[in-house]
Design a protein around this ligand. Structure first.
Ligand SMILES: Nc1nc2c(ncn2[C@@H]2O[C@H](COP(=O)(O)OP(=O)(O)OP(=O)(O)O)[C@@H](O)[C@H]2O)c(=O)[nH]1
Ligand SMILES: [Mg+2]
Length: 167
């Protein structure tokens, strides 16, 4: 299970909340420089999550930490795609989502075709609700609104991931 997404969306905050992994959290992009593994106990089993460095446009050509990152996700079977519902500046959640998927397709090796569970993060922030409504319509598939910071919605999301992994 690879946790992917744009830089600064809250991937490391999530893995720190759901496992004992200690992954550095900070309010700037590219905090995470290499995959950090965490084990999440669920029901009578467990799942391994990998917190990945953030992805940006051009990553498939080696921009940012993209190249290293993409090599690692070749090995994971499902992706947890995290999207920031309260992004800074001009960014838009759906644009982020589309550009990450484009990078995955451009990289090839089937990483763009791996099943994805989509988590909409930072739902504790007031501006996130409106963005979530718009994003849900644009994406047209089930999404999981969560707050990696407070833990809201995280249980439900993990149960869905568990179902997908077992299927
Ligand atoms: N309000 C709010 N802030 C969050 C939430 N999740 C993460 N943050 C904040 O967002 C910033 C980035 O969090 P990280 O977990 O480091 O993000 P990341 O996706 O791992 O970032 P990179 O490793 O740089 O790609 C930090 O300041 C976090 O405290 C959330 O659910 N709500
Ligand atoms: Mg990180």
């Amino acid at each position: 299970m690879g946790i992917i997404g744009y830089p600064n969306v809250g991937k490391s905050t999530l893995i720190s909340h759901i496992s004992r992994a200690k992954s550095k959290i900070a309010d700037y992009p590219f905090t995470t420089k290499e995959p950090i593994l965490g084990i999440v106990d669920i029901d009578d089993g467990h799942m391994v999550f990998a917190d990945m460095p953030g992805l940006i446009e051009g990553a498939h050509r080696g921009k940012g930490l993209g190249d290293i990152f993409l090599r690692h996700i070749e090995r994971t079977n499902i992706l947890l795609h995290m999207v920031d519902m309260a992004p800074s500046g001009e960014r838009d959640p759906y644009d982020d989502y589309v550009s990450i998927n484009k990078e995955l397709m451009l990289y090839g090796k089937n990483v763009g075709k791996k099943p994805q569970v989509v988590a909409c993060n930072k739902m504790d922030l007031p501006e996130a609700k409106k963005k979530l409504n718009i994003f849900s319509k644009e994406i047209g598939k089930k999404v999981f609104p969560i707050s990696a910071a407070t833990g809201a919605g995280v249980r439900e999301m993990l149960e869905e991931i568990w179902r997908v992994l077992k299927a």
